[in-house]
Ligand binder design. Structure first.
Ligand code: SF4
Length: 464
């Protein structure tokens, strides 16, 4: 099922365009400042009261980076002042101490992810302090299947750092690469050698990391098929367990660093499609599987196996094998998903700092999900992880008659079916092989917020 889909330039050209990537449904723009600290506390309390409370997944955001990559759309602070990490850590530890007691102590943490920014801006001793605080306030699972992962910038991490991370319990790493072509690296202000990158991959393996992911980006300035092809060959030869190949979206009005990119150097849409085609062909030949939404994995990687056995899940951190966890986000801009609620910490550092300094949970915005949201989130989750919608399962879980409930959505889907992206059967809606590269377009047909203004769903009551 998860072979890499065939490349269909015509279809991709037609459906190319911005749109949600559905790491959550509803997506973050729907969050509201009406959701506050007391709502977060209530959601945590309710989640403890579930007959079988979910296990926990922690996300910690470290916002600092040493230098700005011009393509970047992340929430980050550029600085070379290491003392800022200490100041940040002090508040992070306070946030952990405020948030953790809201969750029953016997709820195991089976997943931890450090993202950024550059998490390895924190040195080994600072990371040790952070882990000590987390493990003191939460209960870390001792299962060998727990996933403790970290995003690494290979430009500023050495073998001894990787050894220290392994000692602290980290067993997965994700490395930013983007493109090894020196011309591209100069154009995006990210100079990173092949040698230092491969050394980090080797060190992760030597110190027992269960998997290494590499991020690449296509559509960057000055990128060529020849140069990106060499990057792909180099990366594939290193055999990372997972690869993410993202499309660069040039939105300088939204992401200020991108103003420093010379737009005249960007590949035109045809050339950009060619880069994606190259990546798909090379990864396919090298035996990688397509997980969904830009993600690829080796056949024996846990994501591939989970996809085969219906155990794949998608959340703010991407694809994971840990379904049914409550996600607690810590640090500036971090997002939580507790029960049927989403919430987000302030995106700007001073606002997050002020909340912590005043002894408040730093909840900036969020939302409680309506029954309609929960149903559609379930549907989109199925689509993103299994490339199909099991109609009977949704009807049974949510007490609806699918064809009646989704009448308008199914009408929207007709043109996609006519274009060969999906097949619609009585019991299942399936993305075709061609449609699997366009899952977000299929999902968007079921996104109520794209098609109706924000209001209580008219069909909120369940229909049998
Ligand atoms: S791409 Fe990564 S390392 Fe570069 S500025 Fe953005 S968060 Fe920092």
């Amino acid at each position: 099922m998860n072979a890499i889909p065939p490349f269909d330039a015509d279809l991709l050209r037609r459906y190319d365009g911005p749109g949600p990537r559905y790491t959550s449904y509803p997506t973050a723009p729907q969050f509201s400042s009406a959701f506050g600290e007391s709502d977060f506390r209530e959601a945590a309390k309710l989640s403890n009261g579930d007959p079988i409370p979910r296990r926990l997944s922690l996300y910690v955001h470290v916002p600092f980076c040493f230098s700005p990559c011009f393509y970047c759309g992340c929430n980050r602070v550029i600085t070379r002042d290491h003392s800022r990490a200490d100041v940040y850590l002090t508040r992070l530890v306070r946030e952990v101490a405020m948030v953790a007691p809201l969750f029953d102590r016997d709820r195991d943490v089976v997943q931890l992810h450090l993202g950024g920014g550059t998490p390895n801006f924190l040195n080994a001793s600072q990371l040790g302090e952070m882990m000590e605080s987390l493990s003191r306030h939460f209960h870390f699972s001792s299962s060998p299947k727990r996933d403790f992962s970290i995003e690494l910038d290979p430009r500023c991490v050495g073998s001894s750092d990787i050894e220290a991370l392994a000692f602290l319990g980290f067993n997965r790493a994700s490395l930013g690469v983007q493109d090894f072509d020196p011309v591209v690296q100069a154009a995006v202000n990210r100079i990173q050698s092949v040698e230092e990158t491969l050394a980090v991959i080797d060190a992760c393996r030597k110190h027992g990391f269960r998997s290494v992911n590499v991020d690449l980006i296509y559509g960057l300035p000055a990128q060529t098929a020849a140069g990106f092809g060499r990057t792909l060959d180099t990366v594939i030869a290193a055999r990372p367990d997972r690869l993410a190949v993202y499309s660069y979206a040039h939105l300088p009005q939204l992401f200020r660093p991108q103003k420093q990119i010379d737009a005249s150097q960007l590949p035109d849409p045809e050339a950009k499609l060619g880069l994606l085609q190259l990546a798909i062909e090379k990864l396919s030949l090298a035996g990688y599987r397509y997980i969904g939404m830009d993600h690829f994995a080796l056949p024996d990687d846990e994501l591939s196996l989970a996809q085969e056995h219906d155990g794949l899940h998608r959340n703010f951190m991407g694809y994971t094998t840990h379904a049914d966890c409550d996600l607690i986000g810590l640090g500036v801009s971090a997002i939580s998903h507790i029960g049927d609620s989403y919430s987000q910490n302030p995106r700007d550092l001073p606002a997050w700092e002020a909340a912590i300094d005043n002894g408040r949970l730093p909840v900036w915005r969020g939302m409680m999900l309506w029954a309609d949201d929960v149903l559609r989130a379930d549907l989109i989750q199925q689509l993103m992880c299994r490339s199909e919608i099991d109609i009977a399962a949704l009807e049974a879980r949510h007490g609806i008659h699918f064809a009646t409930y989704f009448e308008e959505d199914l009408q929207r889907l007709q043109s996609l079916a006519a274009d060969g992206l999906v097949t619609i059967e009585a019991t299942r809606i399936r993305a075709t092989a061609r449609g699997r590269l366009l899952l977000r377009i299929i999902a968007a047909c079921f996104d109520r917020y794209l098609h109706q203004p924000r209001s209580e769903p008219a069909r909120f009551s369940k229909m049998i």
